[in-house]
Design a binder for this molecule. Structure first.
Ligand code: ATP
Length: 312
């Protein structure tokens, strides 16, 4: 369980995070999404007890995030996690299990099972010689050696190929299904869509949208209809480039007038356009339905939302 209330971090007058509020129950995956500098890492570091909040509170597994005891219940994956290059995956993970005082037998079983679940080969190669994706998997395995209740992952799949990204993102889902609380950050909505129960979109230090990806899509992802008419109607603009194809679609004759496009957001407005075109002696030649991609939605949210005071 994670409970964040009115969390704020200011660095000498610069507001990195402002008024963050969210709760993540056990068994849920929560995504924090946002462009560079939005405040994702600062938020996660406050959860991990690595950055002291200026005000507000962050509670993790029932403890204040600043409480040293909290760390026994936390698995944190930093954005960059340099590993000891001379160690093998297995020896490296045993080293961390020792730091957490995990009994040898438990550590042996846990490390073996986690590496199996992560489908990690080359467990006995020095970490300096393994691929970036494998290094990231080892860092994830490290976050699990103490069998934590809460996992806080900063960009777990950043810079990895799509297959490994998918694997890691799906793995976080499995962790939540086993009862853990998972929060992770990502740059865009793609990677989070399939695994996150809910997301918070951050921009300029503030959460500017939140909910399930589906709800965000519904709220911000308005479908547009591009209605092409053979006559000028109110709100339409002439479209030169589409003239030939649309005319052909309409069966218009070569000497007919131009083609016009009216962009509307409802089927009623499409119907109204049809009536306007008919009244003007023309017709609707074509209708295109434009459903925004997640990327479009994300860009809209990020660019339209106001930032916080204290950010230049
Ligand atoms: P990215 O996707 O690039 O990792 P982010 O969303 O994780 O970005 P943060 O790293 O949390 O963003 O940074 C938020 C803002 O706070 C940035 O403008 C950053 O420069 C600033 N910031 C972060 N840490 C510090 C610090 N220690 N001192 C001063 N400013 C900081």
């Amino acid at each position: 369980m994670i409970e964040v209330e009115n969390l704020r971090k200011e660095y000498g007058g610069f507001v990195a995070v402002e008024g963050s509020d969210f709760t993540v129950p056990e068994g849920e995956v929560f995504g924090i999404v946002g462009p560079n500098g939005a405040g994702k890492t600062t938020t996660l570091k406050m959860l991990a007890g690595l950055v002291e909040p200026t005000s507000g509170s962050a509670r993790v597994a029932g403890y204040d995030a600043r409480d040293a005891e909290m760390r026994e219940h936390l698995g944190f994956l930093p954005e960059e996690s340099p590993l000891y290059e001379d160690m093998t995956a297995t020896s490296y993970l045993h080293f961390f299990a020792d730091l957490y005082d995990v009994p040898d037998e438990t550590a042996e079983r846990r490390i073996h099972d986690t590496l199996d679940e992560l489908d990690l080969d080359h467990r006995d190669r020095p970490l300096g010689d393994v691929s970036k994706g494998m290094k990231r998997k080892v860092a994830i395995a490290r976050s699990l050696v103490n069998d934590p209740d809460v996992l806080v992952y900063d960009e777990p799949a950043s810079g990895l190929d799509p297959l490994t990204t998918n694997y890691i993102v799906e793995f976080t889902r499995d962790l939540a299904e086993s009862g853990k609380t998972v929060v992770f950050s990502a740059h865009n909505l793609f990677h989070v869509e399939s695994v996150c129960d809910r997301v918070a979109v951050m921009n300029d230090g503030r959460i500017v949208a939140r909910g399930s990806v589906e709800a965000i899509r519904e709220e911000y992802g308005r479908t547009e209809y591009h209605v092409y008419t053979t006559v000028d109607v109110a709100g339409a603009v002439p479209v030169d480039d589409a003239r030939a194809t649309v005319r052909a679609a309409a069966g218009a004759t070569a000497d007919a007038g131009g083609v016009y496009r009216r962009v509307v957001e409802s089927m009623d407005a499409v119907e109204e356009t049809r009536e306007l075109a008919t009244a003007a002696g023309g017709e609707v030649a074509d209708i295109e339905t434009k459903t925004p991609s997640l990327e479009d939605i994300f860009l809209d949210i990020a660019t339209e939302s106001p930032g916080v005071e204290g950010r230049p």
